[in-house]
Design a protein around this ligand. Structure first.
Ligand code: GLN
Length: 272
């Protein structure tokens, strides 16, 4: 079977199983999402593109966006970044507070919220306008100039993000946040509010399947070695305390978000 046939078969199967899971209602706007929405899109490095279902509709990618901020911080700081954040799976929920105290404010990895807040802090210390720099970076990955943040979703998370406020202040108290927590949190909520379609998503992440180089304009975003390391982090930490389960069942580096999205990469082949 080719990619198209496999996806058609799986899509049919998944679409017919009973709804499980729940909306991430702790972010009020995400409680309004239609649970029936379902889409998939694949982009291969050889140029094949195929989608099914609601693959052209934008949705909130939430923590999937943490991969973009990580790539940028890694570009800026290189290996020094790993003094601020670890590379170990946490085995805990994405918003856990308990581990941080033992780890003295050095988050286990860049994908748990505490880690993504430290990465946000790095970008705030690097640029005067990190929100604009991040958006320009993301738009350049697929050359889609319409990609944007959702002010509605970031405001919604800001109004209820008490746990992230706690995490950020806690890490600040332990000396691993340089900027004012309010500014770090504002940037983090904007990052998580990015809205993207399945089609965009598979194209945005394609450079990580292609040794760090974009397909549409052949630009080296990260060195081959660094892009391998981002994939290693997605493989081991991309699904928090479910990372082992995802590796066991799927076996690809990937990243999830509470908006319901999952992206996965098959190095040298495709992004889905
Ligand atoms: N913005 C969400 C939060 O901080 C992201 C969590 C996620 O997608 N896992 O809670």
């Amino acid at each position: 079977m080719n990619h198209k046939e496999i996806i058609e078969k799986v899509f049919e199967k998944i679409n017919n199983i009973e709804q499980k899971g729940a909306l991430a209602a702790y972010i009020p706007e995400l409680a309004n999402v239609d649970v029936e929405k379902f889409g998939v899109h694949i982009s291969t490095i050889s140029g094949f593109n195929f989608g099914m279902g609601d693959y052209k509709e934008n949705f909130s990618i939430q923590s999937i966006a943490k991969v973009f901020s990580l790539c940028l911080a890694y570009k800026m700081l290189g290996g020094e970044l790993w003094n601020r954040v670890g590379v170990e799976p946490s085995g805990t929920a994405f918003n856990s507070l308990t581990q941080l105290e033992k780890d003295k404010g050095i988050p286990r990895n860049p994908f748990i919220n505490a880690g993504a807040l430290v990465i946000s802090d790095v970008l705030l210390s690097t640029w005067a306008t990190p929100k604009e720099e991040l958006l320009a970076f993301i738009r350049s990955l697929s050359n889609n100039q319409t990609l944007n943040y959702s002010a509605r979703i970031s405001a919604s998370e800001k109004s209820s993000g008490y746990r992230n406020v706690a995490l950020c202040n806690f890490v600040k108290s332990l000396g691993n946040i340089e900027n004012e927590p309010d500014n770090v949190l504002d940037f983090y909520f904007d990052l998580c509010s990015l809205e993207v379609s399945c089609q965009d998503l598979s194209q945005l992440f394609l450079f990580l399947a292609n040794e760090g180089k974009t397909i549409h304009d052949n630009k080296q975003i990260l060195t081959k070695s660094r892009s391998k390391r981002i994939n290693a982090l997605m493989q081991t930490c991309g699904f928090y305390d479910e990372s082992g389960e995802f590796a066991f069942r799927v076996g690809l580096p990937g990243k999830s978000g509470v908006g319901g999205g999952i992206v996965a990469i098959h190095p040298d082949k495709y992004c889905i």
